[in-house]
Structures are given as structure tokens and as C-alpha cells.
Design a protein around this ligand. Sequence first.
Ligand SMILES: Nc1ncnc2c1ncn2[C@@H]1O[C@H](COP(=O)(O)OP(=O)(O)OP(=O)(O)O)[C@@H](O)[C@H]1O
Length: 459
Amino acid sequence: MALKANILVIEDDRVLNRMIVRQLEYMGHQGHGVEDLASAHVWLHKNEPDLIISDMRLPDGDCIDELQGLGESHPVIVLTAYGTVKNAVEAIRAGAADYLTKPVSPEELSLTVERVLDTEALRNDHQFCKSRLAAQTGSHSYMIGQSDALNQVKELIDAVADTDLTVLVLGESGAGKELVARAIHDQSQRRQRNFVAVDCCTLQESLFESELFGHEKGAFTGADRKKKGLIEGAAGGTLFLDEIGEIPPPIQAKLLRVLETGKFRRVGGTRDLNSDVRIVAATNRNLKKMSESGEFRADLYYRLEAFSIYAPPLRERREDIPWLVEHFIRNHNFSMRVKKTVTKEAMRKLIAYDWPGNVRELKNVVERAIILSRRNKMIRSQHLTFGACQQETGLQLDLPGGASPTLEELEASYLKMLLKKHAGHRATVAQIMGISERHVYRLIKKHALGEAAAPVKRA
Ligand SMILES: Nc1ncnc2c1ncn2[C@@H]1O[C@H](COP(=O)(O)OP(=O)(O)OP(=O)(O)O)[C@@H](O)[C@H]1O
């Protein structure tokens, strides 16, 4: 049952009014009865009800005419005379939460009141969670930094957010591309709907198409029911395709169709469906080169790069570092107990470092320093560990087969060593090994090295 609610009853039939108020009080709520709209307004001026129960026709006016104003801030249950279903429908259309037909039975009244209060509580929770989430991931005011380079990014976000244009976000790993995509979503008309992030590296090639576009029942072995894809999951909102360079060619063609015509088909489907998503894509690879070499469809590339935003690497906007450091300290759970600051010398080092892993690496270094500095108020140079494990000597291949490892063992331990050395950054490891990030991802799975890799984003 909902908590004790404050309920206003507007009903000119004095007996019915009293009966409803008494029943509400019996249910554990607080009821207040008035007999016309004028008295209701006087009461509402000073009180904040959780629910209003109102007769449809009142001596000084029609409740329907008031619903738009009232219903926006409080749920309203309308009382209608027996046999006037048309009126009830009209009331619901005008914004009433529900209706009750006279004569009102106490059971029906209880059920309807509790249902409306529960729905309202859920709606409030939902809105609260959404606003909290928006505050955490938030619009670009949560993109920390004041540098000219970052301000330019914010200006581009402001300009494009409301247009529904497809946007390509470019930049190194960890530079904040997903944050840019989120800011675009949060500032667009689509902000009330879902932001669905898909890491194209992590989607298995065989399942990619059905993940993205969904599938019909019987489309392939194991497809025992119809499934909507991520495009439909993001309907009305934004689909963020991270690492778009990793999308296999057949799917590139289908994605191009979505961008050009807004249409797609579920796997095994024969009907064209209309998509209603705004696509924001990101990559740290050189898509232009990939399109020239035929690795990536040139027509898709041109479509995507019509509006691109470059998230600059941290080393090109060092003035953002002190702001980011302060932000990460403030947001870290451990630092809640001791208010920490960074010594001047440590800050100098943080500013001078080149940050190949960009903001993500800075965040890791700061969080590690917070833990290493334990109960100390000051974070000093000795608490900073740059380049993840680069400074650790003795980073060697750890070979189970001793002097004669198999090729598999060699592959696994080389990958493990690289992941350790580069703080789990797949992009860097891929570059060193001379393979694609997708391939690195497959090897991580094959050798069960998930823990050594950087956390994979949710889809
Ligand atoms: N300007 C910023 N203010 C606050 N936090 C930031 C900022 N830029 C990046 N971050 C944080 O740094 C981390 C990495 O950012 P993000 O995931 O957006 O990078 P990315 O470029 O998408 O990385 P990848 O290419 O590896 O997917 C996240 O925790 C993000 O919240």
C-alpha cells in the first residue's frame, strides 16, 4: 500500500463527499472534502495534494475544463454518473488518471485510489532516477575542463545537438568520445528516451546483425521468438556506435540504408521497418584511410563524416588536468572520508605527463593515488604511478610451458603482458600486435584474460 496520502475530494453531493473522505481516512490517508471548484482553488493555494478526486460536473464549472491545469501537477480521478462512459473517456483524454462511476463502492474506490497512487509513485521514482542519471552523466556541463580545445567541442555539441544529424566523434582512446555522444543526446529533444551505447568491438560478428536489427522468429537456429534489436531499443533516442570502424562490411551496407532511408529489416524479416534513432558513431581509427583502402565503405564514411567532432587528446589541453584531477578526487568514494588535495609537485608531474590513455588513464592514476595515499590528506608524487606498469621492471612473458611453450601459450602470455603494460587499452595493444581491436577482443575472450583488459562498455 502507498504511504499516507493527502487527497482532495471535490463533490457537491454532500453525502457522497463525506462517504469518500471517511473511506479514504479508513484506508489510512488524509481526506479533505470541498463542494465546488472555487473552494478547491482556495484549498489548493495552500495545500499540496497527492491526488484529487473530483466530480465531473460541479455547480461552478466543469472538471474537464480544469483537468489540464490540475492534472499536470496532481493525478485526478474523475467521478462520473452511471451510464456516462462517453464522459469518462473524455475525462481520460483530457488528462484524468482514472475514473469511478457513481454510485461509488468503497472497494472500487480503494482499488482505484491505491492503483493511481502507486502509478504516480513509480512515475516520480522514474523521473527522479532519470534526473539523477542526467546529473551524473549529464549534459556537457559535466564535461570537465575549460581549455579552448574543449570549449570548441562544447560549442559543436551545442550546435548539432538539436538537429538530429548523424555525428561522427573522432579521437584517441579515453579522450572522452562517449561523453561527447552523451552530451549530444542530453541536449537533444531525444533526452527523455534511451541512450543506447554499443561497443562494436565486443559484438560477436555472427550475432552483430541480429543484435543491431533484431530478428524474426525462426530466422536462424535458436531464434525461437521474435527479438527487437538495439535500433528498436533506442527508438526515439540515440544509438551510440562506439568503434564503428569494427563493423563488418555486410552490416556497413545495412547501416548505410538506415542512414539514407531510415529503413531496416529484422534478420529473417520481409517487411521494411522505420527506424527512429539518431546515430552518433565514434572511432579512434583513421576511417578515411580505411575507406581509401576498402576496409570501410566510402559511402558510409562520407555519410558519417558530414558532421564530425574531434575530442582532442589530453596532452593538447593540459590546462584541463587540474580541473579533472579535482573532479575525480571529489567523486571518489574513498575520498569522502578524507578531503584530499594534490601537492604542487605532484600536480606539476600530472600536468607534464603525456597521457597516452588520455582522461581514462588520468582517472585511473588519480584513483590509484587516492588509495595509495591512504589516510593522508595530501596526494604526493610517490603516490602517482604513471604508464600503468611500464615502470615495473621484470615484465616478462609468464610461460607455463617453461622453455618450450606452444604457440597458443606464447600468444596468451604475450597478450597478457601487453594488456598489463598498457593498462588494458585494447587499441594500444592492437596497434603493437598489428591486428584489429576486434581481433584483440577475440583473443582476450579465447584466453579468458577479461580481467587484464580495460572494462568493456555496456551495450
Ligand atoms: N571532460 C571530461 N570530464 C570528465 N570526465 C571525462 C572527461 N573526458 C573523459 N572523461 C572520463 O574518462 C573516461 C573515458 O571517457 P570515454 O569513455 O568517453 O572515452 P572514449 O574516447 O569513448 O574511450 P574509448 O575510445 O576507449 O571508448 C570516462 O570515465 C569519462 O567519464
